[in-house]
Write a protein of this length. Structure first.
Length: 383
């Protein structure tokens, strides 16, 4: 699967399965306010003027995992080169006889490391020791305890660098957000009637056959608010209750599900109507799906958000599950498709206060699970 980050145009990425967006909507989307969470789940927040930069060095491993691949590889390459150069210089220093020159002795000199005649040969010996190559031309003698100590220290340093590098590479290649690439949300959310009540609905699905265990979903409304004391909160996060076909926040994500929120008196959408929906420019609804990856046991999280102009009033999602020869199949080409349904053009408050509005609403046809069977042509005929 192609990544979300610019390999192909955004409107054609698989995680944006929905109807095409008209050109005028794209231009309007550029003029709207900055969203808090992007459609691909990235948080649109920039951290500036951080004075305590040393806190990042206190957690070196997490800092290395968060870095981009070129920076991480550069750091490990420089770590190996610096360690080889350092111990190569130490080996060159150990080759000098401390008694030579002071006593003027002409006795035979036993080197600490054999076959080292220059810094180049000492550098090669340092590489052989740390990566355990051992070509056999150079070796530490028993006449120099300091060289043995240096050999032990270099082996420990090399093992530490290798352990950090392998752990970092493993964590970077198995990060939880990679699994979230196959967790998809509908491009648009809808508001329509369900069981006689206005509901905010969206569709979520998983493209992989391996399941997300203990999957939970929650939703928040992020908007600018002001308190009674005059305090302005630019990004006030309000939790709203979501419901789904299996009850509670836990979902069994085997096939795509329509998750909905009942717009009642406790909902931030209680006083929103189709006429003033698109005037709420500061309204943003964030959806967060969390669960444990079945194959790796790592917790993953997928996020998306819906602005006011991404909410369709009076529409519902088309059925995409069909029964074929004893099993269910999902047609993901219609994942984000919607159809218009009779929906009152009033707020949920007005609908709750005036029940007679429902009497004037025409009934919409009920959706059913389609059954399709494959007809086999007979190969033989009996005359």
């Amino acid at each position: 699967m192609l990544s979300r980050k610019g390999i192909i145009p955004e409107e054609y990425v698989l995680t944006r399965l929905a109807e095409d967006v008209p050109d005028h909507a794209r231009y309007r989307a550029r003029e709207r306010r900055a969203r808090f969470v992007g459609k691909n789940g990235a948080c649109n927040v920039a951290h500036k003027n951080i004075r305590e930069q040393g806190r990042f060095l206190q957690d070196v491993f997490t800092t290395l995992v968060d870095l981009k691949w070129p920076h991480t590889l550069l750091i490990f390459t420089m770590s190996f080169l610096c360690s080889w150069l350092l111990f190569g210089m130490v080996c060159t220093r150990l080759q000098r006889d401390p008694a030579e020159g002071a006593a003027g002795s002409a006795a035979a000199f036993v080197p600490c490391v054999t076959s080292i005649h220059s810094f180049t040969s000492a550098f090669l010996f340092s590489i052989e020791v740390q990566v355990t190559i051992g070509f056999g031309g150079r070796m530490v003698t028993e006449e120099c305890p300091a060289a043995i100590l240096v050999l032990i220290v270099q082996n420990i340093v090399g093992l530490v660098i290798n352990a950090i590098m392998l752990g970092c590479i493993f964590m970077k290649t198995s990060q939880a957000h990679r699994r979230a690439e196959t967790l998809i949300f509908s491009k648009h959310a809808v508001i329509a009637l369900r069981e006689g009540r206005l509901c905010f609905m969206l569709r979520v699905g998983d493209l992989r056959k391996s399941m997300i265990i203990s999957a939970t979903i929650r939703m928040q409304v992020v908007k600018k608010t002001a308190s009674l004391e005059g305090e302005v909160v630019p990004l006030n996060q309000i939790d709203i209750q979501m419901e789904n076909p299996v009850g509670g926040n836990s979902i069994f994500l085997v096939s795509p599900l329509i998750i909905y929120h009942v717009i009642d008196k406790n909902s931030p959408l209680y006083d929103i109507s189709p006429m003033n929906l698109h005037h709420h420019e500061d309204l943003e609804i964030i959806v967060i799906l969390e669960g444990v990856v079945e194959t790796t046991g790592i917790t993953t999280q997928a996020r998306t958000s819906y602005l006011a102009d991404e909410i369709l009033w009076g529409q519902r999602f088309v059925p995409i599950v069909a029964e074929e020869d004893g099993r269910y199949s999902v047609d993901y080409s219609k994942f984000g498709n919607t159809v218009k349904v009779p929906t009152p053009s009033c707020t949920a408050r007005q609908l709750e206060e005036d029940k007679s509005i429902m009497d004037t609403m025409p009934l919409s046809p009920k959706g059913t699970i389609r059954k399709r069977s494959v007809k086999l042509k007979p190969r033989f005929t009996i005359s």
